[in-house]
Design a protein around this ligand. Structure first.
Ligand code: NAP
Length: 258
């Protein structure tokens, strides 16, 4: 397969790295020239990766094209390009509906939306894909676990959920900094926190039949310290604020999609 990227930034680099990791099938990959530094870095690391002179040159030589530009420029970038009718187009552009992408990439008619996360670089990402099945499902299976989504609204909701990643690191970092202020070396705090939360994430995967609410209860011994922090955060409206933030992101994405 010849795979092209329109937009060579953070997520394109993560996908290319994951596809080229050890033991993976190696595809021919063609990159658009921006960002020049990221594109040159990938081409120098991997001999199956080349940088084209323009985005149109990427399209002219690729059977499958991944759209990886930011939403703010997507319309302008895509409306200046000529797609072909047999091209497979996978859009990563947050908030752009499949219908809106279809209008921009006509006559290409085989269109998917996907949400890969940065952990595709380690082939450990959940990847939401709409509609289900087809060649993109096979491609993304190389990069993690594919979640085939039947309804576009559901993909949009998962997309909203991915807006919490920065807040996650801020949460962990906040706790690590609090501990460091007690005099423990920062690097030790950082390592401890990373391992504590990795252990919790593993537990969440291992007991997949239990809900997260159930796991929260199991970790909140009545009268214990975990129960106290959970109650304080709940009473201070932290989770209500989180719900409001998710609702707000979801509305914003719906506006882009319209
Ligand atoms: N990062 C993620 O985890 C993630 C996950 C899922 C989906 N996405 C989606 O993937 C898309 C890209 O995200 P990103 O995080 O990779 O953003 P990014 O790092 O900013 O990458 C966007 C790339 O597009 C390039 N670009 C800008 N104008 C261009 C043009 N006219 N023609 C061709 N390329 C152009 C940029 O080049 P310059 O640097 O030179 O401007 C940059 O390399 C977004 O729509 C985002 O919603 C991202």
């Amino acid at each position: 397969m010849i795979l092209g990227f329109i937009g060579t930034g953070a997520i394109a680099a993560a996908i290319v790295s994951g596809l080229n990791s050890e033991g993976r099938a190696r595809l021919t990959i063609r990159l658009s020239p921006r960002n020049a530094g990221v594109a040159a870095g990938l081409a120098s690391r991997f001999d199956n990766v080349s940088v084209c002179a323009s985005s149109q040159e990427v399209l002219d030589g690729s059977e499958t094209v991944i759209l990886a530009v930011r939403p703010q420029v997507a319309e302008e970038v895509l409306s200046g390009l000529r797609f072909s009718s047999d091209q497979i187009v996978i859009s990563l552009v947050a908030g752009f509906s499949a219908r809106r992408i279809a209008d921009l990439v006509a006559p290409a008619g085989k269109i998917w939306r996907a949400i890969p996360l940065p952990s595709v670089a380690q082939r450990r990402s959940p990847i939401a894909l709409y509609p289900p099945l087809g060649p993109p499902a096979e491609l993304f299976a190389l990069l993690g676990q594919v979640f085939e989504i039947e309804k576009e609204d559901h993909l949009n909701a998962l997309n909203t959920a991915t807006s919490t990643m920065a807040a996650y690191f801020a949460f962990v970092g906040h706790i690590a900094s609090w501990v460091a202020r007690k005099g423990i070396p920062e690097q030790q705090c950082r390592e401890y926190m990373a391992r504590m939360f990795a252990g919790l994430a593993d537990a969440g995967l291992e007991v997949s039949e239990r809900s997260f609410e159930d796991l929260a209860r199991a970790h909140a011994t009545p009268g214990g310290l975990n129960e106290q922090v959970l109650r304080d955060l709940t009473d201070h409206g932290v989770f209500d604020t989180l719900t409001e933030a998710l609702d707000s992101v979801h509305r914003r994405a719906a506006d882009v999609s319209a």
